[in-house]
Design a protein around this ligand. Structure first.
Ligand SMILES: [Zn+2]
Length: 281
């Protein structure tokens, strides 16, 4: 009798392994040439007052997560997309990426909602802004304040935040330069040195606090030039993000499709459902 029970137990174990393996294989498994459509949503600030088209209220953000959750979407990191395209990683059936640009202090408000809905975001940090607010932290400055490095460390430790490079000091349009684009007066060599120095400075800071060297670069203002992707690829980046709207068609084995990925601004007063329905490739 005891022996029979043992045999039944063993078969139950084998059966549960088969069932759980079946569940995990339900996710998309890329074959070379296979593709998946991935929407990327762009957020900046979570503020109660709707001051401009770059911020929504925390309640609206919660509604977005609720919609995604109820409609079968699963948030993934950009590193998951890189793994899907470059190394045969898997993605859920309906992947979506939520990005937060500039590293505003008010982004801390996202964390409890991410916990509640089991979601994740990518945070694009401006190095000099977080350096400044680390030295002159003012948590009353909700609108323009940026995250300190301690805040960023705290966000990473939630396991729900991945970092991207948004330049150390090139998030501006001054001195004849648009964001991180090459100036007309610069040689290709000068430009490569300037962009590399800037981006590497921030890479080192982010690697120091997270132990991970980001592989995604977010173009300041979505401004880019022919030379910028070339330099960023040399620096080891595997993905870059634009501000052009639309949906991304990611093809397994095609590493180019990860560059200049499209993103869609989440403006106040709009629903995420409408944004997702109107996306075109
Ligand atoms: Zn920005």
């Amino acid at each position: 009798m005891i022996r029979l029970r043992k045999i039944i137990n063993i078969w139950c174990c084998i059966l549960s392994v088969i069932i759980s393996a079946g569940t995990s294989y339900a996710a998309a498994v890329p074959d070379p040439g296979e593709s998946v459509n991935v929407p990327v949503i762009m957020y900046h600030s979570l503020l109660d007052k709707k001051t401009n088209r770059w911020n929504i209220s925390p309640e609206e953000f919660e509604k977005d997560l609720e919609y995604l959750s109820q409609n079968g979407y699963e948030t993934v990191f950009i590193s998951d997309l890189i793994a899907y395209v470059n190394t045969g990683g898997r993605l859920p059936e309906k992947p979506v990426v939520l990005t937060f640009d500039d590293g505003y202090y008010n982004n801390l408000k996202a964390i409890p909602y991410l916990e509640k809905y089991n979601m994740r975001i990518m945070l694009s940090v401006i190095g000099e802004s977080s350096d400044h607010w680390t030295k002159h932290s003012d948590e009353t400055c909700e609108r323009y304040g940026h995250l300190t490095w301690a805040h960023i460390t705290e966000m990473i430790s939630s396991g729900r935040v991945e970092l991207a490079n948004h330049t150390q000091s090139m998030h501006k349009n001054t001195g004849g330069r648009d964001g991180c684009c090459r100036k007309k007066s610069e040689s290709a060599e000068e430009y490569e040195r300037i962009l590399s120095d800037d981006v590497e400075t921030l890479q080192e800071k982010m690697e120091k606090i997270s132990g991970i060297r980001p592989e995604c670069f977010t173009y300041p203002f979505g401004n880019m030039c022919k030379d910028s992707d070339i330099v960023l690829r040399k620096l080891g980046f595997k993905a870059t993000l634009s501000c052009e709207s639309g949906i991304n068609v990611l093809r397994a084995g095609d590493e180019d499709c990860l560059f200049r990925m499209k993103r869609n601004n989440r403006t106040p007063g709009e629903t995420l459902e409408d944004i997702l329905k109107n996306l075109k490739a």
